[in-house]
Design a binder for this molecule. Structure first.
Ligand code: MLT
Length: 427
């Protein structure tokens, strides 16, 4: 028998019959082109179309490539299978995250620096938390960012309406404070020249430069925030990559940070959770707004209002990653990417480039002085079939650099090395 087909004969009304009255949020018009990584993806696809046989290697977006460690994946499998049983099923959980996970995060990373489990909010990732933080602070705040920096801080500030217009001559936004971080200042801003702002975004180890701040530098930064009454939003997404033992791994190692800082972090680059989605943000009880009200209360309100808690399956994975076996496996995974970083770093050094990062971070920052970085990106794609990320995509001070990501299969990293040697060996 044939399936019954019902067709509907109502014709669509003519498009000109509708005039939506909703104005576009004018801040979207201020954003520069697309978000950086989709734009890179677009150029990669265009290159592939032009050269269908090219085997493109991506050292572009920092996206993890290796399987999730066994004990962590198994915990998620079990949690997923449990959802099909009466005993294992769970619906909404606490919006702030499972208490066991908050406790485990605290004891692995924060108890020794005085933080408490109730100050840790589990989420679907740092990028999402940054958006929620922006919503919490509202659009009347002023913002400072490292230059170059992770584009989410800038673009979310633009969307919120904090930045004013884009200025073509400075390649930056009028009301945004750019804290220049270049080799000349060891990638740490000269704070004596930085304007006081309400919020300061600071990513350490830095994406994209790979620079990791010293204790003394972070002390200076915290003192600067305290002096100005600013709140420092410290992004520790790559803290686990810090190899030098005397470098701080959390901002809360710095005395006084609890009164002016919050910290966001993620399992993405720790345990290969870029697709699983799990992160956290720490808001100390001591952090207060100008009127004396605790920031933690408003962050809790945001999380309970527009977020319903991270996936219970992802949280089972997070919990396993913090148990002894999972923690070991997670650190082995990080060590693998660190080796990739060392291989890439050595290659660029041997080829005679100015090379930064790659030692305490999974990003290598390579100098191409005097060359627009989108041109360098295009040249590397054309000659080597390798995708990188142009430095200027991270801010005006990123001009003249490209970023190479160490997230990749080992054979791809080694193949990329051969291609770089072949094309740039005779410089
Ligand atoms: C990057 O390439 O900078 C990262 O993948 C960005 C991110 O983690 O969202």
């Amino acid at each position: 028998s044939r399936p019954l087909r019902v067709s509907c004969a109502i014709a669509a009304p003519p498009a000109e019959d509708v005039q939506i009255r909703v104005k576009r949020n004018e801040n979207f018009g201020k954003l520069q082109a697309g978000y950086l990584f989709p734009e890179i993806g677009r150029r990669r696809r265009a290159h592939q179309e032009k050269h269908p046989d090219a085997k493109i290697i991506s050292l572009g977006i920092g996206d993890t490539t290796e399987p999730i460690p066994k004990s962590i994946a198994e915990a998620m499998q079990q949690a997923a299978a449990g959802m099909a049983t009466l005993e294992g099923y769970s619906g909404y959980g606490a919006e702030q995250g499972k208490p066991q996970l908050r406790e485990a995060l605290c004891s692995r990373f924060y108890t020794h620096v005085g933080r408490k489990p109730n100050e840790i909010f589990v989420s679907d990732g740092s990028k999402c938390d940054i958006g929620r933080l922006q919503m919490m602070f509202g659009s009347d705040t002023t913002v400072a960012v490292q230059d170059p920096s992770y584009p989410v801080y800038v673009d979310s500030s633009v969307i919120m309406g904090m930045t004013g217009e884009y200025d073509e001559s400075s390649k930056g936004f009028g009301n945004l404070t750019y804290m220049v971080c270049r080799p000349e200042n060891n990638f740490f801003p000269d704070l004596s020249k930085v304007k006081a702002t309400d919020l300061i975004f600071f990513c350490n180890p830095n994406n994209p430069t790979g620079a990791a701040a010293t204790r003394q530098q972070l002390e200076e930064l915290v003192a600067f925030a305290r002096k100005n009454g600013s709140i420092l939003i410290y992004d520790a997404a790559y803290a686990i990559y810090i190899a030098e033992s005397d470098l701080p791994k959390t901002i809360f190692e710095i005395p006084g940070a609890e009164e002016c800082c919050m910290e966001t972090c993620s399992f993405s680059k720790y345990a290969g959770f870029t697709g699983v989605r799990l992160g956290w943000t720490v808001v100390p009880e001591q952090l207060k707004f100008a009127d004396g009200s605790p920031v933690i209360n408003d962050f809790n309100r945001i999380m309970t209002t527009i977020f319903n808690g991270a996936s219970v399956i992802a949280q089972a994975g997070g919990l396993a990653a913090l148990e002894d076996e999972g923690f070991r496996e997670m650190n082995d995974l990080v060590a693998f990417y660190r080796e990739n970083a060392a291989i890439l770093r050595k290659t660029f050094v041997d080829l005679g480039f100015s090379v930064y990062g790659g030692e305490n971070a999974p990003y290598i920052w390579v100098g191409f002085p005097g060359k627009p970085s989108w041109d360098v990106f295009a040249e590397i794609l054309e000659k080597c079939n390798i995708v990188t990320t142009p430095g200027s995509g991270f801010g005006p001070a990123g001009e003249g650099f490209v970023r190479a990501s160490a997230f990749g299969h080992r054979e791809d990293i080694l193949e990329a090395v051969e291609r770089f040697k072949k094309e740039f060996g005779g410089r």
